[in-house]
Design a protein around this ligand. Structure first.
Ligand code: ATP
Length: 345
């Protein structure tokens, strides 16, 4: 079956239920079900870059594992490039690349280049294409000096770049990234994000990215989906998510001396400690004009912007929706364009 460009990845009411045994007494075990993914539907077009976010245990990794064919859905229908991943995992493997931030697909004791040579053979990548892709990744991910270094000696950021290159040697049409910037320093994060943007612009690679870092989404994806308790809560642009979640960023301002609270609406001072002040402002607004106004009116020494964390955005989304609806509504569909998608249960 050939997939439509508009639903290159398509999930229709996909579910994953795990049967687990829980210890309830000295010798007693009780079976119960964990509904890790609960009737999720969405489509991703070819060439889209989509963020897939949610708190710990929300069901993100389970979704990615079903999309790669590692796990079989308990219900619903799932297709990637027209392929049913769990039935045709090997055929799909040639068309997808996967990077798990917390695990490596590289051979720990071998120099980086040896892992790539093994993948060249495993995926039967034509020689010319392998060399072209390797050269490109080495250049863009700055791997030149690292190719002869055993993987266990690489820093986390270097290893992550090595893993991203490994996932791309066979020219996949889709790249799944599970927490690709976890534990990386600011410079390494920026490098990974820039590489993903370039990859998408040049090759049209479809990217599905799970992360706890909203800056990953802000800088890489136009669209974000929020999952919580296995259910799709939101599907739309990040800016609208901030509006739905009424989330706020924090500007931390160091002044030359102690001063009365800074006046810079719509930002408001939420904390003062000596010459340091914390100002909250809507996350959907740009920080630049606010910073310029404060810099012009106050004796600044330093400032930084703190992003809201995903848990806080989702908690606010819950609170706001429960308050607005007054009651819990079990129905609700998957909406694009900044829609909260279903009620809180
Ligand atoms: N193999 C498994 N057996 C039983 N339960 C599982 C299994 N894998 C995941 N779960 C459960 O399913 C739920 C979703 O887990 P999942 O790993 O998909 O979440 P996640 O959103 O990726 O979380 P995190 O951000 O912490 O990685 C959790 O309650 C988890 O404990």
């Amino acid at each position: 079956m050939v997939s439509d460009a508009h639903d290159f990845i398509r999930l229709d009411r996909v579910e994953k239920v795990f049967q687990v045994r829980r210890k309830t007494g000295f010798l007693r075990r009780e079976r119960h079900e964990v509904r890790a993914v609960d009737s999720i539907s969405f489509a991703v077009a070819r060439g889209e870059m989509v963020g897939y976010i949610g708190p710990n245990g929300a069901g993100k990794s389970t979704t990615i594992k079903m999309l790669t064919g590692i796990l079989t859905p308990s219900g619903g229908r799932l297709r990637v490039a027209g392929i049913d991943p769990s039935r045709e995992r090997t055929r799909l493997a040639r068309r997808i690349g996967v990077v798990f931030g917390q695990r490596t697909t590289l051979w720990w004791d071998l120099p980086l280049i040896d892992s790539y040579r093994l993948m060249h053979r495993m995926y039967r990548i034509p020689d010319a294409r392998y060399r072209e892709n390797l050269d490109r990744c080495v250049q863009l991910l700055d791997l030149g000096d690292l190719l002869e270094v055993p993987v266990r000696q690489l820093s986390l950021g270097q290893r992550m770049r090595g893993d991203i290159a490994a996932a791309l040697l066979h020219d996949p049409e889709v790249l799944y990234l599970d927490e690709p910037t976890i534990g990386l320093d600011v410079i390494s994060k920026a490098r990974v994000r820039e590489f993903l943007r370039d990859l998408n612009a040049e090759r049209g690679t479809t990217v599905l990215l799970t992360t706890h870092d909203l800056q990953d989404i802000e800088q890489v994806c136009r669209r974000v989906m929020v999952i919580d308790h296995g259910r799709l809560m939101y599907d739309g642009p990040l800016a609208s998510l901030h509006e739905v979640g009424e989330s706020e960023r924090t500007l931390v301002v160091d002044l030359e001396r102690e001063l009365p609270p800074i006046e810079a609406a719509p930002a408001r001072v939420v904390r003062v400690e000596g010459p340091r002040q914390w100002l909250a402002f809507p996350a959907s607004e740009s920080a630049a004009p606010l910073v310029a106004r404060i810099a012009a009116a106050y004796p600044l020494v330093d400032l930084s912007v703190r992003e809201p964390d995903i848990e806080a955005v989702i908690a606010k989304m819950y609170a706001e929706r429960t308050e607005r609806s007054g009651q819990v509504n079990e129905e609700g569909g998957v909406g694009r364009g900044g829609q909260a998608t279903e009620a809180v249960s």
